[in-house]
Design a protein around this ligand. Structure first.
Ligand SMILES: *C/C=C(C)/C=C/C=C(C)/C=C/C1=C(C)CCCC1(C)C
Length: 234
């Protein structure tokens, strides 16, 4: 019989379910909290809420896809990332601008190029358009470009001169991109390079990664915005 509903022994399906609900709840939280922070933080919380909103809609489809097919919803996954990762990159710039730091457009373009290389070749590798190993290797180059820009590039230098609260938030956000984002290539390695294709592990790890990198990332920004806003009222 076809399984159309989530089964209690479907561990990966349950992780899809949990993350989809967490995305919905986080969206409401970020949008609501955006109403009570100082003006110049509102856009940051709006973008955090948009990231979890876009992901929440995709997770709704991905969960159903997994439950019915027990295989990776590759296309939904990558369309989601293609929208949400640039939004997360924009978030870096909104934060810097909120505190008056100036960062050029070129820096943003480099982040966008890194993002596209990372995701397009990751997709090629997963969808079988090229070998999983080659897609992975080129995708890794894209991620390195991003890391280089936020640590050593213009955005990194602008943050170094910002006030301490922004510096520490920017540092946490960078850590997310270095450590939190590393969960994705680890998932890829476990999924494709351990003999055969392990769809379950791949998706459970990606789901965990999305939870950390979308929700935790938003909470860091929320924490900075709220602290800064309360400070202003004395
Ligand atoms: C909200 C979604 C996010 C933050 C997605 C991030 C995705 C990555 C960091 C993907 C990285 C990959 C590589 C570094 C190598 C190629 C395989 C990928 C696409 C999984």
């Amino acid at each position: 019989m076809e399984k159309l509903f989530l089964q209690s022994d479907d561990f990966v399906g349950v992780t899809f379910w949990l993350v989809s609900i967490a995305m919905v709840a986080s969206t409401v939280f970020f949008l609501y909290e955006g109403l009570r922070v100082k003006q110049h933080w509102r856009l940051s919380l709006l973008v955090a809420g948009l990231v979890t909103l876009v992901a929440g809609v995709h997770y709704d489809y991905m969960r159903d896809f997994w439950v019915a097919e027990q295989t990776t919803p590759i296309v939904y996954r990558y369309i989601d990332w293609l929208i949400t990762v640039p939004l997360l990159m924009i978030e870096f710039f909104i934060i810097l601008r909120a505190v008056g730091a100036k960062v050029g457009v070129q820096s943003f373009v480099r982040l966008l190029v890194g993002t596209l290389v990372m995701l397009v070749f990751g997709y090629f590798g997963e969808a079988g358009i090229m070998s999983a190993a080659l897609g992975f290797a080129i995708g890794m180059v894209g991620w390195v470009i991003i890391i280089w820009e936020i640590y050593g590039g213009e955005a990194g230098r602008a943050a170094a001169n910002a006030e301490p609260s922004v510096r520490s938030a920017f540092n946490s956000m960078r850590w997310i991109v270095l450590v939190g984002w590393a969960i994705y290539p680890i998932g890829y390695v476990l999924g494709y390079f351990t003999g055969g294709v392990d769809q379950g592990t791949l998706n459970a790890v990606y789901n965990l990664a999305d939870f950390v990198n979308k929700i935790l990332f938003g909470l860091i920004i929320w924490n900075l915005a709220v602290r800064d806003s309360e400070h202003a009222h004395g």
